[in-house]
Design a protein around this ligand. Structure first.
Ligand SMILES: Nc1ncnc2c1ncn2[C@@H]1O[C@H](COP(=O)(O)OP(=O)(O)OP(=O)(O)O)[C@@H](O)[C@H]1O
Ligand SMILES: [Mg+2]
Length: 408
């Protein structure tokens, strides 16, 4: 049984939700509350699997209550129910640590699907936790978080889209601590993609004489959606040069002590800073595309990594923007690159363009999209504790010509 607590200030809404959910055999509403404060108390007492939380309530509002729950009872995930609001409002809701959002009015089906999804993720979580947080039998727990560096041979191939959504997918799938670092030190896009108007960037960490400590780094990190922490790139290109390889090394060192995953977005050229995170990375995600120049550049990048003595098993190739008209298929790309392709992400101009325009990444704003499932599957495949999946295929709507597949 999925045990649910309903928090909403309008008694008739609470009754309606209870009635709706009473038709589901696997869902039981075990308690309810009329404001955030009561909601916290009821949740502490009943420890439900899922909390349904309204936003506007007298006294403590739903966002504040969600923020407190995320810290105090992270095992009780929150689904926020709100009316369509302005962007800032949605942003606060996203940053509060809520797992899902239902925009009122929503249907019973949407509600039930959302509850089941959150519940299933929560129960699967144990399986995907990196070894630091539980551990596979007999293996010593590593003291450092995993470093994932996203690279590409060619600019504009989707590194930032992949880095942002992969970091969020790791957060959503593993509920571990995830930090995203924008190491595109001149024209970094992570801040705009996440709509973060945060005053502090990596520049702060390289200004002083002394080495930064965690307290300082913590203060510089911005809060992104789903509880993701973000180290932004410099505000202006001329500051990029101030960040040296040794700075990157010490910052990444600190982050790996505090986070389970550190995902790094990079610029297209292999800068000194990028080489530092290539060297230290547990996984290097190489993002390529399906044009002749892009395939050539991906092959060159793979060759460069080989000459840098990066072991093959650290490299994950992702092909982005695959469309039905592409001349190449996976086997021919793999032959050309002499490398397996872990995942092909479809070209979705409206979805991806819309997500950039709204500054709400696909994984957050479109939880049901195929692209989201693929980012999540990619995230899970990076975790060595996860089941080795030979090929993960999407169940929904495969289109002719597309090969939405994921291989290990
Ligand atoms: N799967 C996709 N479907 C449709 N459009 C996409 C997809 N992936 C990326 N794009 C588009 O490609 C553009 C470039 O993506 P992105 O900024 O992530 O690339 P990048 O490699 O980080 O670029 P740069 O080298 O400038 O940092 C984006 O504006 C986005 O609209
Ligand atoms: Mg970029």
């Amino acid at each position: 049984m999925i045990r649910v607590v309903v928090v909403d200030d309008i008694p008739s809404t609470r009754e309606n939700l209870k009635k709706l959910l009473s038709f589901e055999e696997d869902i039981e509403v075990v308690g309810d509350a009329g404001d955030g404060k009561d909601g916290l108390e009821v949740t502490r007492r009943l420890q439900p699997h899922v909390v349904l939380m309204d936003v506007n309530m007298p006294g403590m509002d739903g966002i504040t209550a969600t923020e407190q729950l995320a810290v105090e009872l992270p095992q009780c995930p929150v689904v926020i129910m709100s009316v369509q609001g302005e962007r800032d409002y949605l942003r606060r809701a996203m940053q509060s640590g809520a797992r899902e959002f239902l925009i009122k009015p929503f249907t019973g089906d949407e509600l039930v699907a959302s509850i089941r999804r959150v519940y299933e993720l929560e129960s699967k979580k144990g399986a995907y936790l990196p070894k630091t947080a539980g551990g596979a039998e007999g293996e010593p727990a590593p003291s450092r978080g995993r470093l994932v560096t996203v690279l590409s041979g060619k600019g504009g191939s989707g590194k930032s889209i992949v880095a942002v959504n992969l970091a969020l997918a790791l957060r959503a799938e593993t509920s571990t601590r995830v930090c995203l670092v924008d190491l595109d030190l001149q024209f970094g896009d992570v801040g705009v993609m996440l709509n973060l108007d945060h005053a502090k960037t990596i520049t702060e960490l390289v200004d002083g004489e002394s080495q930064p400590d965690w307290e300082f780094v913590d203060d510089v990190l911005a809060d992104g959606p789903l509880g993701l922490r973000v180290l932004l790139g410099p505000f202006s290109p001329e500051y990029g040069d101030l960040v040296r390889a040794e700075h990157v090394r010490s910052i990444v060192d600190i982050l790996r002590r505090e986070f389970d995953w550190v995902v790094v977005d990079t610029a297209s050229q292999l800068s000194e800073a990028a080489l530092e995170v290539v060297d230290a990375a547990d996984r290097i995600v190489v993002v390529g595309q399906l044009t002749i120049p892009a395939i050539k550049d991906t092959r060159l990048m793979l060759k460069t990594l080989e000459s840098l003595r990066v072991e093959r098993d650290r490299i994950v190739v992702v092909i982005n923007g695959h469309d039905a008209h592409a001349v190449y298929d996976s086997p021919s790309i793999e032959r050309n690159l002499k490398f397996p392709v872990r995942v092909q992400l479809p070209s979705e101009p409206r979805l991806v363009g819309g997500s950039i325009h709204r500054a709400v990444p696909v994984v957050v704003g479109n939880p049901d999209a195929e692209l989201t499932s693929l980012f999540k599957a990619l995230a899970r495949s990076l975790d060595p504790a996860a089941e080795p999946a030979s090929e993960i295929k999407l169940e929904s709507r495969p289109q002719p010509g597309h090969r939405f597949s994921l291989r290990r």
